[in-house]
Ligand binder design. Structure first.
Ligand code: ATP
Ligand code: MG
Length: 552
């Protein structure tokens, strides 16, 4: 059934293969059901790749459905950001975007059906009393005094709730299952609560909202979902999922299957914590390039292919584990190493004046766009009398091991000539403001006779370049597990104070003038970078995507 380019097999694919082989299903229909209460993160990417990937591989369908039952925490901003992220990852949902709120009428009908069957009741215990009555893991719960109300009374009370005649917190609708169940989720779970707030999709139409555990199985059944995949924390909710499917009249009988969530070290993957980072200003926004959000990773320079590759590498299992950030970084490094055009960018420019080069002479040199891939062509690199090199590529004195420019010695300007440093000029503060050099005209594409140059360095013309700001990033947290903190501390205490370093006066080669937002480059000897949307016509901003080599 699956083709050889498909992701490696896993227990979910095996389950689907059995369902198809034994005729339980004829077509695979999955869904990705985000709650629009924040931006998607790398963990969601795993769920997206799994659900949409299965639909692609089995020629089935995958729906995008907003699980929007908590109007207070949700917003249209999140709804659009989530759609953008799913599309950007390279997936297309079947038909229109769907909303659980689009099923509020049917979900309400299911509630009424359960009341009529004597399987649901309106409870007027306070939240605190309900907690007490629920019991504990060791002790069974006890029935609410409202548990045995008549069907007629329940219908009337539920209608009052819907009509807005019951205050928030004064009554809820509960399933009548088993107060002594060893599974606390089955001790008469709440199905509906009163919330007198507007909803981003349904406006003021409703003042009662269904709970996730009631909404989800009904939405799945209405959409004909065959395999409802969710993370392990829902395992104990599965009996409730099945109970709802069993007792409500629905067009299909979906099944829930759980898989392990993706955990990544040196970051947090909880929307609540990510929102806190944004709201408290620890980062510049949901798309701050240090964030593990899809929007942040996109801005950082990750490609959709690299994220899909990463999700394949991680695989799908039933056991929880923590994936090393290095794996994510190597997925994008492999992609960019193969595909990113090369360019020069000098982060800490210092001027080099080549005294034997005519003042107005410009020679256009050629550099390969990719040294291992000739098909990508060449790039023009203008050579002029004044060029910039990196301050860190020059020393007045150094031993032979130093492979860069040293006073009185030679180095090659990559794809250009060999230069010799003759003298330094200092500014009033004593800092080197200029290195006076000479060049050897006989060294383009060949080595000087009888002398050995120290090394090769990158450079940029001082008169023909693009001004830029370069933002270097390090991990957002210093702790591998920011959540596991000592008493009295939170994940915020392990934020890395040095996660961002800005080089505001960098210069990049002229060919980058036309680089577009999100385009990725390898800055030779520096790392992989992507154009940030903060760029303007005459000043580019680049984000470090990932270093050239693994740093940990
Ligand atoms: P968070 O804990 O960050 O708030 P969530 O599970 O509440 O995440 P939802 O919007 O409800 O977020 O998630 C949509 C889908 O993505 C769900 O099916 C959920 O199981 C899945 N998902 C969420 N986080 C992860 C993760 N870390 N790894 C894999 N799947 C995830
Ligand atoms: Mg959730």
């Amino acid at each position: 059934m699956t083709d050889q380019n498909a992701a490696p097999t896993n227990f979910i694919r095996q389950l689907i293969d059995r369902d198809l082989a034994e005729g339980r299903q004829r077509k695979v229909v999955t869904r990705f059901p985000p709650e629009p209460n924040g931006y998607l993160h790398i963990g969601h990417a795993k769920s997206i790749c799994l659900n949409f990937g299965l639909a692609v591989d089995y020629q089935g369908e995958c729906n995008l459905r907003f699980d929007d039952t908590n109007p207070e925490k949700e917003s249209e901003e999140y709804v659009s950001a989530i759609q953008r992220d799913v599309s950007w990852l390279g997936f297309q949902w079947a038909g229109e975007v769907r909303y659980a709120s689009g099923y509020f009428e049917q979900i309400h009908d299911c509630a009424v059906e359960l009341i009529n069957k004597g399987l649901a009741y309106v409870d007027e215990l306070s939240a605190e009393q309900m907690r007490e009555y629920r019991g504990t893991l060791k002790e069974p719960g006890k029935p609410s005094p409202f548990r045995d109300r008549s069907v007629a009374e329940n219908l009337a009370m539920f209608a009052k709730m819907r009509a807005g005649d019951v205050d928030e917190g004064k009554a809820v609708l509960r399933a009548k299952i088993d107060m002594a169940s060893p599974n606390i989720n089955m001790r008469d779970p709440v199905l509906y609560r009163v919330r007198k707030v507007s909803h981003h999709q349904t406006g003021d139409k409703w003042c009662i909202y269904p709970m996730y555990d009631f909404t989800h199985p009904i939405s799945d059944a209405l959409e004909g979902i065959t395999h409802s995949l969710c993370t392990l924390e829902f395992e104990a909710h599965r009996p409730l999922y099945d109970w709802v499917i069993e007792h409500c009249t629905l067009p299909a009988q979906p099944k829930q299957t759980e898989f392990a969530r993706l955990n990544l070290n040196y970051t947090v993957t909880s929307k609540r914590k990510l929102k806190q980072l944004v709201d408290e200003g620890h980062v510049s926004g949901w798309d701050d390039p240090r964030m593990p959000t899809i929007a942040g990773l996109r801005r950082r320079g990750y490609t959709p292919a690299s994220l899909r590759k990463f999700c394949d590498m991680v695989g799908v299992a039933r056991a929880d584990s923590i994936v090393d950030m290095g794996m994510l970084e190597s997925a994008i490094r492999d992609d960019l190493n193969q595909n990113a055009p090369r360019a020069f960018c000098v982060l800490r420019p210092v001027k080099v004046v080549i005294e034997n080069w005519d003042a107005d002479k410009v020679e256009i040199l050629n550099g390969p766009v990719h040294p291992q891939n000739e098909a990508m062509g060449t790039r023009p690199i203008p050579m002029t009398r004044e060029v910039f090199i990196d301050r860190e590529d020059f020393l007045e004195e150094a031993d032979k091991k130093y492979k860069r420019l040293v006073l009185g010695d030679e180095v090659r300007l990559r794809y250009g000539y060999v230069i010799r440093a003759n003298e330094v000029i200092r500014d009033a503060s004593g800092e080197i403001s200029e290195i006076r050099c000479s060049y050897d005209p006989d060294t383009l594409g060949k080595n000087p006779e009888g002398r050995k140059v120290r090394g090769v360095i990158h450079w940029v013309s001082a008169s023909r370049h693009v001004a830029c700001e370069v933002r270097l990033y390090d991990r957002l947290f210093t702790e591998a597990n920011p959540d596991k903190t000592e008493e009295g501390k939170t994940f915020l205490d392990s934020i890395n104070p040095k996660s961002l370093t800005v080089f505001a006066d960098a210069v990049a080669e002229e060919s980058l003038a036309s680089a577009e937002v999100a385009q990725g480059f390898q800055f030779e000897r520096e790392g992989y970078f992507a154009v940030d949307p903060d760029s303007s016509a005459d000043r580019k901003v680049f984000n470090l995507t990932v270093g050239l080599k693994e740093s940990f």
